[in-house]
Design a binder for this molecule. Structure first.
Ligand code: 3UK
Length: 551
């Protein structure tokens, strides 16, 4: 109805929720009140936790955090693999009015230091093996009062910090009952960090009401989870996407979630699906492509438990949707979400999928496509996507300028280019910044360029996105070598290895073109768009067809 309105309507606000509000009352107490206490909530390879057990564990964690001195509004950093411990810490912290701050478990020690000091978390709850990586930097974490370690059997206890608190012991010594703190629906409940093209990650401050908003508007109507559903998310709980998929969506429905602590490779995904029989699977396009690349997967693995699949993180090419449906007999619902908006706000709907598109606005959200002056564009024209809806974060923590540049009244600029067709479907048209989404995760060209330039043979570098054979974007690097450095295959491999190890594996350039110079503005700024045009003009991004590309 008011979807084109310049001001957002009351439909996209959480005003209907009560003032006194603690989200754990919705997800935990609410589940018990509905009689789901003995139903499974979380399934791991070795155990199944019921709603009653999960609630008890969360209450113990909340009481344990309080005993360590954590007060309302203080941050609790969570550096944990997908597990019941993650769930208990997350809900336990929020129940006491503290703020849960999940950290990506794939970062480098310096990144963890930044996150700990930016959030000023009082307590860090961490996997023992991850803590070992950063324990030598303990003195540079002045705000952390206590470190609580989740000890895995496979961690040699010898290396574990004796001053750290043991998670299991903390919970064993704490009561399993805990009243909700007197929070309001607008108190901060969780922060999720999101990275940008330059500068440090931004803490998106999400409020108590945001998760229930995503449940009411996205997961309940679109996924239609029921108590017999079992979700399995390849995206980890520390991502906004995984957190809904693997935790609060199933809990809101009396369903259960499979928690797998490790990296979900195509083999792992198929094995878990065959053995633990989820009904809804959540992946990213790169994983779907890799799963489709496994020969005979449909005969080697039993995928018959699946009723629905979901894709997000980057656009799902139509071809992958079609091949998946042909081979596995289920649809993949592509939807776009963001860390700032907490979950998916444009989505396809089962039975009405328009392959290759992001579908339609999720009711409860409003979308506008505008030009650079903020004026609405007619249907069919590509522009900047703005979204309104009450799961949008209240701010970027301690980043006022970035907040003002992104959020204005009810609207948030997603940073994405979109156009809408006559039927109302949204079609993705790239980012308005130079950021890339690779395997569903951010890659900053600036960061990859800096890593390349740090390599002795490299003078300059520019990184842009290029499509692979599945239509998925991967980094392509244009590299200017220092005088007399030979452009060899060995150097190319060494540069790729260098980026993999100094940054993260998904960030390495899949293609490298050695060039004599980079296109630049008069002021010396790299013109990445000209490199993108160059790639678009050349036949496919195949290394072999590019005369200047080694390999
Ligand atoms: C891009 C997509 C095309 C787009 C996310 C909650 O990805 C999530 O959050 P991030 O903050 O990234 C957001 C950005 O990623 N993007 C995401 N999904 C799609 N582009 N088609 C898609 N389907 O640039 C967006 O602004 O990491 C968070 C729930 C789901 C999510 N995908």
């Amino acid at each position: 109805m008011a979807h084109e309105a310049p001001t957002a309507t009351a439909d996209s606000s959480a005003q209907g929720m009560p003032d006194q509000y603690n989200v754990t009352a919705v997800f935990l107490d609410g589940a018990l009140a509905r009689g789901w206490g003995d139903r499974p909530a979380i399934r791991t390879a070795n155990e199944t936790l019921t709603y009653t057990q999960l609630t008890g564990m969360a209450n113990r964690a909340g009481n344990g955090l309080r005993a360590l001195g954590v007060e309302m509004e203080q941050r609790v950093a969570i550096l944990l693999y997908d597990s019941p411990e993650f769930a208990a810490t997350f809900f336990g912290a929020m129940r006491t009015g503290a703020v849960a701050v999940p950290f990506n478990t794939q970062l480098r020690p310096q990144d963890y230091l930044y996150l700990l000091n930016d959030s000023r978390a009082r307590v860090l709850v961490a996997e023992a093996d991850l803590w070992q990586q950063i324990a030598p930097l303990r003195r540079q974490m002045p705000f952390v009062r206590h470190v609580v370690l989740v000890n895995r059997d496979d961690t040699p206890s010898a290396g574990v910090d004796p001053s750290a608190v043991d998670f299991a012991a903390l919970l064993a010594g704490s009561s399993a009952t805990l009243a909700t703190a007197p929070t309001t629906r607008d108190d901060a409940a969780l922060w999720l960090y999101s990275s940008g093209s330059t500068g440090f990650p931004k803490g998106c401050v999400h409020l108590q009401h945001d998760m229930e908003y995503c449940v009411e508007h996205y997961s309940r109507p679109i996924l239609q989870l029921a108590p017999d559903d079992i979700t399995f998310s390849a995206a980890k709980l520390f991502f906004a996407y995984g957190l809904g998929n693997g935790l609060y969506f199933p809990l809101a429905a009396g369903a259960s979630a499979i928690h797998y602590p490790g990296r979900v490779t195509p083999d792992v995904a198929f094995s878990v699906i065959a053995q633990q029989r989820p009904t809804v699977f959540f992946g990213v396009p790169t994983l779907y492509a890799a799963m489709l690349a496994m020969p005979d997967a449909e005969t080697r693995y039993d995928t018959s438990s699946l009723r629905l699949c979901v894709s997000a993180g980057e656009a799902l090419p139509a071809e992958l949707f079609t091949r998946w449906k042909e081979r596995f007999g289920v649809e993949i619902l592509d939807g776009i979400g963001s860390t700032e908006i907490l979950h998916i706000f444009l989505s396809n709907v089962a039975g009405q999928v328009v392959p290759g598109s992001s579908g339609q606005v999720v009711p409860g959200y409003e979308a506008r496509i505008v030009d650079e002056h903020g004026e609405a564009l007619p249907r069919g024209e590509i522009g900047n996507l703005l979204i309104a809806g009450d799961s949008i974060c209240s701010q970027y923590w301690n980043k006022h300028e970035r907040t003002k540049a992104t959020i204005s009244g009810p609207w948030i600029a997603t940073g994405d280019k979109y156009y809408q067709d006559e039927q109302g479907n949204f079609w993705y048209g790239g980012r308005s910044d130079d950021m890339l989404k690779v395997s569903g995760q951010w890659v900053s060209p600036v960061e990859v360029e800096a890593a390349l330039v740090a390599y002795p043979a490299v003078l300059e570098a520019a990184v842009v996105g290029a499509e692979d054979g599945d239509g998925l974007v991967k980094p392509h690097a244009f590299v200017v070598l220092k005088q007399d450095q030979p452009a060899t295959d060995e150097l190319k491999a060494a540069l790729q290895q260098h980026v993999k190890t100094t940054l993260q594996p998904h960030k390495y350039p899949r293609w490298i073109s050695f060039v004599p110079e980079l296109p630049k503005t008069a002021t010396g700024k790299i013109q990445r768009y000209r490199l993108r045009e160059q790639l678009a003009g050349s036949p496919a991004t195949s290394a072999a067809t590019d005369t200047q590309t080694v390999g």
